[in-house]
Design a protein around this ligand. Structure first.
Ligand SMILES: Nc1ncnc2c1ncn2[C@@H]1O[C@H](COP(=O)(O)OP(=O)(O)O)[C@@H](O)[C@H]1O
Ligand SMILES: [Mg+2]
Length: 336
């Protein structure tokens, strides 16, 4: 079977953010190679199709490769993560079957604020929050309790997240909002900081969608702030990287595990996730606060989703094959 594995390249100079942000963006090709290697023994004819600045060239290359299924790993278009949904929409227009979440779910979850609006409307726990749009200041009339955390509205992979993101007073808050506005050129999401355990809940499949074993990021003593900062996630030589360690399954009480899996499944269904997704959660006083939903999470062998799958006895090649088959099944259902 012909399978095209698509991933996005980034421009030599990003139009926003920090220069080091490139490290996370550049992981896509490595991820695509890992997916290709996992699919290879299954006898498929696999082609890597990179998406660069030229969308037409991409569409033509894809069409020429005549894929039965596209493995869609694109997380944006030429450095713009907000165009992640456009790539899936293009695949829809090209009439090819592809893995992962459809445009609507990608667009909703890309927007952390809209996601929280929906979670709140459906009584799913999420930290209390305020959106500060570009050009606006933090409103005087609100009732959030310090410490707060300030995040870019539309980024992922801990872009724009550092110890300074956590603020304890108005002055530090205003400064960090300015930083997010100026550096990331987008609204700032201000939310209550949840001092608690950091959990990742992965889901797999559609009908039924299943929750995989919950993973925990354990913070070792000595860390300035117990968060998954950009450095802690990507800079292997940093102190923050050395002081965060994933553990899967997370040592939780049975009741907590059930609760975490349940809110993750509800959130993924609510936000229209498909095939696989990962929900980031902070657990405090028995409440699993949802931070965000990753509808297109990293599928690298050493990333969270594969870790949770491994804990469920699903090897990396099996996981990739399962995801491929979900797209294939969708195609067959559409045909029937
Ligand atoms: N409200 C919060 N309370 C505590 N920690 C948070 C909160 N929001 C974010 N963090 C920390 O910042 C990290 C990145 O935030 P997240 O919302 O998951 O964005 P990203 O899309 O960059 O992963 C989280 O994994 C967590 O460690
Ligand atoms: Mg996250």
């Amino acid at each position: 079977m012909n399978v095209s594995v698509c991933f996005n390249r980034v421009p030599p100079k990003l139009f926003k953010g920090e220069s080091l942000d490139r490290i996370s963006e550049e992981g896509a090709e490595k991820e695509a190679r890992a997916v290709k290697a996992a699919l290879h023994p299954l006898g498929h004819n696999i082609k890597l199709v990179p998406l660069g600045a030229d969308m037409i060239a991409f569409a033509e290359e894809l069409r020429a490769s005549r894929p039965e299924v596209v493995f869609n790993l694109c997380e944006g278009f030429w450095g713009d993560s907000r165009k992640e949904l456009h790539v899936a929409a293009l695949l829809d227009l090209l009439g090819v079957a592809y893995t992962g979440t459809a445009p609507l779910g990608l667009g909703l979850t890309q927007d952390k604020v809209r996601t929280k609006d929906l979670l709140q409307a459906h009584s799913l726990p999420t930290p209390r929050y305020v959106l500060v749009r570009l050009g606006e200041l933090f409103p005087k009339t609100q009732n959030l309790t310090y410490p707060l955390i300030v995040k870019p509205r539309f980024e992922d992979a801990s872009l724009g997240i550092a110890a300074d993101s956590i603020v304890a007073n108005e002055k530090a808050l205003a400064k960090r909002i300015r930083y997010v506005h100026d550096t990331y050129r987008q609204g700032a999401l201000v939310e209550e900081f949840i001092e608690g355990r950091e959990l990742n809940a992965a889901v797999l499949g559609n009908a039924p969608m299943e929750a995989l074993p919950v993973s925990e990021i354990v913070f070792k003593p000595g860390l300035k702030r117990t968060i998954v900062s950009y450095d802690g996630k990507w800079l292997e030589d940093s102190q923050e990287y050395a002081q965060t360690a994933p553990v899967c399954p997370a040592p939780l009480k049975a009741k907590e595990t059930l609760l975490v899996r349940d809110v993750a499944l509800r959130a993924c269904k609510l936000l229209d996730c498909r095939d696989y997704a990962r929900v980031d959660i902070r657990l405090r006083d028995g409440v699993p606060y949802i931070l965000e939903i990753n509808a297109n999470p990293d599928l690298s062998p050493d990333a969270g989703l594969a870790r949770s799958a491994a804990a469920a006895g699903i090897s990396y090649p099996k996981l990739i094959d399962r995801i491929l088959n979900l797209a294939l099944k969708r195609k067959e259902t559409a045909r029937a």
